[in-house]
Design a protein around this ligand. Structure first.
Ligand SMILES: NC(=O)c1ccc[n+]([C@@H]2O[C@H](COP(=O)([O-])OP(=O)(O)OC[C@H]3O[C@@H](n4cnc5c(N)ncnc54)[C@H](O)[C@@H]3O)[C@@H](O)[C@H]2O)c1
Length: 327
């Protein structure tokens, strides 16, 4: 496999690249290194990749289809792993246009690339648990209807799935969509709650919990999802009803309360949290809960990292990264 990996300087992209390079594949990484969060962290991730055999990097903007096509030409790419996106639910209220550009226009450019380039066997792309909206009841299944996005971010992720479905039907492009559920881990995303809370607890500063009595998240450790990436990429779905396109939940399937997260962080940092409570934020959903029968059946997906262990790993990395070793 020669893999075009978008968003390689991002949190999941960096870990995906390391996993696939360790398995002996060539990875052509793309990222625009935008400043949605501190680009120094993106550059630090790239430093962790650049000396690994088989890795090449192109800094480019995916909405620029001419630049994308030029970077991909003549490299013998067989697989595309499209992880680049404008992530974050709350920021989609502030900067909606960046979501349309990076999650819809850029996704279309990836699909057009796959349509016109010879030799592409499989396109795997990131979707999100947010497609399920704000709902009560049991676990979330891939067969559930997803027509009630609670945020523009969610709407763009549903749209990405629809773009993929149309290209699977029109052009026979084999595709797999992965709905990630609150993925956390070392070198993680600074806009996510666990990252902010670890920072605040280590610095002894107060943090804000939004509607903690009703919040539950299916926190999923990064190594648990990367463990199936090689298999997902190398197994394009079999055609069904005239197209080869499947969607999988990749979540821990064990929702935890926000207070459980805070407890795990206090334990990992050896300090008590100072907590302020605030109402639920617009765009937030109360709970996420992945049914993972399908990924278990097809890829042997078996998330096994307990929240306490995963958070301990994050806090150990963050102390070092932020030079908080004496905190
Ligand atoms: N981390 C999670 O919990 C989670 C949950 C659900 C879905 N996802 C999805 O997984 C994927 C990876 O998320 P992440 O957490 O690693 O986010 P991230 O922000 O760390 O990584 C995304 C990367 O894409 C790059 N990028 C964004 N727009 C671009 C563009 N127009 N051109 C080129 N590069 C661009 C960014 O610079 C960044 O490095 C995203 O599609 C996200 O929506 C993540």
């Amino acid at each position: 496999m020669i893999i075009l990996l978008t968003g390689c300087a991002g949190f999941i992209g960096y870990h995906a690249a390391r996993t696939l390079l360790a398995a002996g594949y060539q990875v052509i990484g793309i990222d625009n290194l935008n400043d949605y969060y501190d680009p120094a962290l993106k550059r630090a991730r790239l430093i962790g990749l650049q000396d690994i055999d088989g890795f090449r990097f192109h800094q480019l903007e995916l909405t620029d289809h001419t630049a994308l096509n030029a970077a991909a030409a003549g490299k013998g790419i067989t697989h595309i792993f499209h992880l680049a996106a404008q992530a974050g639910v709350r920021y989609s209220l502030e900067a909606p246009r960046s979501y349309i550009a990076s999650n819809i226009t850029a996704h279309l450019n990836i699909l057009e690339l796959a349509r016109h380039m010879d030799g592409i066997k499989h396109v795997v792309y990131a979707s999100s648990s947010s497609v399920y909206g704000d709902r009560d009841g049991g676990d979330f299944r891939e067969s559930d209807e997803v027509r009630a996005p609670a945020s523009l971010y969610a709407a763009t992720k549903i749209s990405g799935e629809m773009l993929a479905e149309s290209y699977a039907r029109l052009y026979g492009i084999a595709q797999t969509g992965l709905r990630f559920f609150t993925v956390y881990g070392p070198l993680g995303r600074p806009d996510m709650a666990y990252y902010i809370f670890i920072d605040k607890v280590l610095r002894g500063e107060p943090m804000t919990l939004y509607a903690p009595d009703e919040m539950q998240r299916d926190f999923t450790y990064i190594d648990d999802i990367t463990s199936v990436f090689e298999q997902v990429l190398s197994c394009p779905p079999a055609p069904q009803n005239g197209r080869a396109h499947e969607i999988y939940n990749l979540g821990n399937s064990s929702p935890m309360r926000l207070y459980d997260l805070v407890g795990a962080i206090e334990q990992a940092c050896g300090k008590a949290a100072k907590v302020n409570i605030a109402p639920k934020q617009p765009g937030d959903v109360s709970r996420t809960f992945a049914n993972i029968d399908k990924a278990q059946r097809d890829f042997g997906f078996n998330p096994r990292t307990p929240l306490a262990q995963g958070i301990k790993n994050c806090a150990a990395w963050y102390r070092d990264y932020a030079d908080l070793s004496t905190s």
